[in-house]
Design a binder for this molecule. Structure first.
Ligand code: ZN
Length: 218
């Protein structure tokens, strides 16, 4: 079982399921030639795919096109189903910065055949998170900057207010379709600037006032 860590706390939390949101920034949907969604696009990653700040991201041998995706990640702090606006917000216990590493060549093949994205999104080390910042310590304003650099060169840079669906809207939508449990994570989608990364690259990412991470691809 994977356990996440918190900033300024010795508390840990066992991770349940990882729910991910696709196309939650308009410019990113457009850069991949996708329509801006009317409803959140949802997929899952297994907890076994999770690694942490400082761990190596292992590039699978069966892909020639791994992409970076930096994302705000939410920790669910209480079991919740059919949340309303208030209970959705209250169910979010902490935030961090994460990476939804994606095998874009495998995903494109899957999309063209109408197959699931599983093999493009669920490989070992495909989900990266840093330490979580408890909401009791810092309440997200929505204006925080989110950014990612590859070998020190900035590739992704946006503000969280550019998200099409807010954290609470995502929790409300997802909880109406599957129970969210204490310890579940939600990856909330990536801004524009995704691209091919290679073995040896160092990825650094940050969400202002929340967390940062640094991971090498091997
Ligand atoms: Zn993503």
């Amino acid at each position: 079982m994977k356990k996440i860590q918190f900033k300024n706390s010795s508390q840990t939390e066992t991770v349940g399921k990882i729910v991910c949101v696709g196309r939650n920034y308009a410019e990113h949907a457009e850069e991949l030639g996708n329509e801006i969604p009317e409803f959140p696009l949802i997929f899952l990653k297994p907890a076994s795919s999770l690694i942490f700040n400082g761990d190596n991201i292992i590039h699978p041998s069966y892909s020639d096109e791994m992409h970076n995706e930096v994302e705000l990640v939410l920790l669910i702090g209480s079991d919740i189903k059919n949340a309303d606006d208030e209970s959705a917000e209250n169910a979010i216990a902490a935030y961090t910065v994460g990476l939804d590493m994606t095998l874009r060549d495998i995903q494109s093949k899957s999309k063209s055949k109408g197959h699931p994205w599983t093999l493009a999104k669920c490989f070992d080390t495909s989900a990266v998170v840093s330490d979580f910042k408890l909401k009791s310590e810092y309440k997200l304003t929505g204006d925080e900057k989110i950014k990612l650099s590859v070998n020190g060169i900035q590739k992704q840079h946006a503000s969280l207010f550019q998200m099409i669906f807010s954290p609470a809207e995502l929790v409300k939508y997802i909880s109406a379709r599957m129970t969210l449990e204490k310890g579940d994570l939600i990856f909330t989608g990536t801004p524009a600037g995704v691209g091919k990364v290679n073995r040896g690259d160092i990825l650094t990412a940050e969400i202002e006032n929340i967390a940062s991470l640094e991971n090498k691809i091997i």
